[in-house]
Design a protein around this ligand. Structure first.
Ligand code: RBF
Ligand code: MG
Length: 323
């Protein structure tokens, strides 16, 4: 079931509550976020009339209160909702974050938004949750306000994987450093970009290899370089193994940053219109080659490495099945 989505407080129906609610930006909907969401779903299932709910923000609060520090996001609100749906969340309020909202005191935020509008009975947040004007409220303040307003508060620890604390900012840093497989472990799925396929410059089919050029809907891109990827058609689920270059194509004096994907097996039929590119493994940095032929030879080596990677993964999966 896809969750009901609300984008304005005025749209909130009278039966939004009572609810168990998690609050946050949820960029990436990573493993730590999913632990919060699963707790919300558990709480809501224990009470016959509570709904499993999320309050999230768009735009990201930092773009309003501290634009210089605003992070490059890895998920659109729509992608976040789709990922939340997988955990059993039933309704999502995507609150437009603006100056007025940013000026609510912690007490006003809890009373007017959480208690009165959303009729929250329980809230689930991470240990570093901050809220209210100038982020004055922390989890202690939330617990105290909870007692006053009859709201259960559940504060959850960060999830640690190996010894990295999973957080959206740690994942963004890994992606920007090109460490896509590490980012994927923290996300609990592959780091991915989605968007329309756009027309390239036609250089590829003439001089190197034909590619699908992706106009990503989100801002955060992996470090320039070449990656082993998996590409799927968002309209019909067709899927291909692929290699992807993120960068400026210095060999051709490119200016704009592009995301170009070469499919390891040809597609029959329609060119996909919207795709998802999942980043599995970084192969190398982007280089300037002395000729298109030299680049083409390097791409052939990239493709050979990708084929070995997929063949080994296939074998490992087959062995796991036998065990
Ligand atoms: N362009 C570069 O200038 N340097 C590179 O190292 C480079 N590596 C690539 C690797 C792969 C697997 C692919 C698909 C493309 C790569 N490109 C690179 C981009 C290439 O220049 C581009 O696809 C064609 O010019 C068509 O736009
Ligand atoms: Mg192209």
């Amino acid at each position: 079931m896809s969750p009901r989505v609300y984008r304005h407080l005025e749209e909130i129906p009278a039966d939004f509550g009572p609810c168990a609610l998690s609050i946050g930006n949820f960029d990436g909907v990573h493993e730590g976020h999913r632990a919060l969401l699963r707790q919300v779903v558990r709480l809501a299932r224990q009470q016959p009339d509570w709904k499993a709910s999320v309050l999230t923000f768009h735009p990201h609060p930092a773009t309003v209160v501290a634009p210089a520090r605003a992070p490059l996001l890895m998920t659109t609100p729509e992608q976040r909702v789709a990922l939340m749906a997988e955990t059993g969340i039933e309704q999502v309020m995507i609150l437009p974050f603006d100056q007025t909202l940013s000026r609510l005191s912690p007490e006003e935020f809890v009373r007017s938004i959480l208690v009165e509008r959303l009729q929250a009975r329980a809230v689930v947040v991470g240990h570093n949750f901050r809220f209210g004007y100038r982020a004055a409220g922390d989890t202690r303040a939330l617990e105290e306000l909870g007692v006053r307003f009859g709201l259960q508060t559940h504060v959850m620890d960060v999830i640690a994987l190996r010894h990295w604390a999973v957080s959206s900012s740690a994942i963004r840093e890994a992606v920007r450093a090109g460490q896509v497989s590490r980012a994927g472990r923290m996300l609990g799925r592959w780091f991915a970009l989605e968007g329309q396929v756009v027309k390239g410059f036609g250089i590829g089919s003439r001089q190197t290899v034909p590619t699908l050029n992706l106009a990503a809907e989100t801002q955060l891109l992996p470090a320039h370089g070449v990656y082993i990827t998996r590409t799927s058609d968002l309209s019909d689920g067709r899927r291909w193994e692929s290699v992807t270059n993120v960068g400026r194509r210095p060999t051709f004096q490119g200016e704009a940053v592009t995301v170009e994907t070469f499919l390891l097996s040809a597609f029959d039929g329609r060119t996909p219109a919207r795709i998802r590119v999942e980043f599995l493994w970084r192969l190398r940095g982007e280089q300037k080659f002395e000729s298109p032929e030299a680049l083409k030879a390097q791409i052939a080596r990239d493709v050979a490495r990708a084929r070995r990677y997929f063949a080994l993964r296939g074998k490992a999966a087959a062995l796991r099945k036998m065990a």
